[in-house]
Unconditional design. Structure first.
Length: 383
């Protein structure tokens, strides 16, 4: 019999449409959801140095339309809604079919403009822009935050920081050191070193001044996942493959690394993480594998780095074409951030939360949160 994920979701909505909506099936019953926790994650996503004018308009908050009695989950599908305040400024555009002279026919290189134009054949790039926009990550953050709320009640924490912006790299630190993480959370660029922060802000300012954008990398660490989540029995059940797919699906992410997987200077004797006993407890002095071996969690922190390209909507001219007139032109500019790496770090925390909870429920199948938590606690005592 084919295995079916117990937890799944679909989301819908356009960047300038009325709202973003998600329906999540499989949320376990009898968990008291903290709505403030979800809204705080949405607020964190909207912050960060290098954000565009859209964040001055929106103040994201989620409404729960189903799946709860009071704040307690019932086991029914959960419906979440985030209204777009900017819809009022775009109502005439979004509610009416475009006139010929209003249609967008010049694609921005690096965006989904051209591929969407030909794939769906609506004759207007605006239809593609509305769904490929990173605005969609608001509802994915809300979905993940709900899952993260549940994970934290089982002792599983997910944290992130900016690893680099351009060629400027921050220090490697322990994200589960409370004092260290407090410094990162207070940073406008979500890094630890204050001198590095100033260099990053200066680099972002320079890009803004010349009409350019800049990318970077994000470090994510997940603490408390019990040994044995994921599977090596089939290619599509490997935990690192599942997390990779989720992370790569976030707009702008172009590469993922687990642990020190890109450090080609190490030989096997240096890279492989030793296994020892200390008072009947398994100890791993290093974590080069990033907490996953053979597609299965090994009890260590699951650690990954995600690499994000520069946002492709820039004021500088790049060669493009008019798809209707068949003429060579320059790209068009649409409002955007200068740097998307900082808010993307928050998005990735919550995207990973959904996948971890989904795979946890596949390993510990139950409809009641208390039963899942009980099984996790029993397993933790084994290792």
């Amino acid at each position: 019999m084919e295995e079916i994920d117990l937890l799944r979701f679909l989301d819908s909505g356009e960047s300038h449409g009325k709202a973003l909506v998600a329906i999540i099936e499989g949320v376990p019953s009898n968990f008291n959801i903290d709505i403030n926790f979800i809204n705080n994650e949405l607020k964190r996503r909207q912050q960060g140095y290098g954000r565009g004018d859209r964040m001055k308009i929106e103040s994201d908050k989620v409404e729960m339309w189903s799946g709860l009695r009071g704040n307690k989950t019932t086991g029914n599908p959960v419906t979440m809604v985030i209204y777009n305040k900017d819809f009022e400024n775009w109502k005439s555009v979004m509610n009416n079919e475009p006139k010929e002279e209003e249609k967008i026919t010049v694609p921005r290189p690096g965006h989904g403009d051209m591929v969407g134009y030909f794939k769906y054949n609506t004759g207007d790039i605006r239809d593609t822009i509305e769904r490929t926009s990173a605005r969609e990550t608001a509802i994915r953050t809300a979905v993940g935050a709900l899952c993260r709320n549940i994970l934290e009640a089982m002792g599983i924490r997910i944290r992130s920081k900016v690893n680099s912006i351009g060629n400027i790299y921050d220090e490697q630190v322990d994200l589960f050191d409370h004092k260290v993480y407090e410094i990162i959370e207070q940073s406008e660029v979500r890094c630890y070193n204050r001198q590095t922060e100033e260099k990053i802000k200066e680099e972002i300012d320079n890009c803004k001044e010349i009409g350019d954008t800049i990318g970077g990398s994000i470090f994510v660490s997940i603490n408390g996942v019990p040994l044995g989540v994921g599977s090596y029995t089939q290619w599509d059940r490997k935990l690192d493959g599942i997390l990779s797919g989720a992370v790569m699906s976030v707009q702008g992410i172009k590469a993922v690394e687990f642990g020190n997987g890109l450090d080609l200077s190490k030989r096997g004797s240096e890279f492989n993480d030793p296994i020892t006993f200390n008072e009947d407890k398994i100890i791993r002095p290093t974590n080069n594998c990033g907490g996953i071996e053979a597609g299965v969690s090994n009890g260590e922190n699951i650690e990954l780095k995600a690499y994000m390209k520069p946002i492709p909507s820039i004021k500088k001219n790049i060669k493009s074409v008019d798809l209707v007139k068949k003429e060579n032109v320059v790209n068009r500019y649409e409002r955007s951030d200068v740097c998307g790496v900082i808010p993307a770090s928050v998005v990735l925390e919550n995207v990973c939360a959904f996948e971890i909870l989904k795979e946890l429920m596949n390993k510990y199948p139950a409809d009641d949160f208390n039963e899942i938590k009980r099984m996790v606690e029993i397993d933790r005592k084994k290792y």
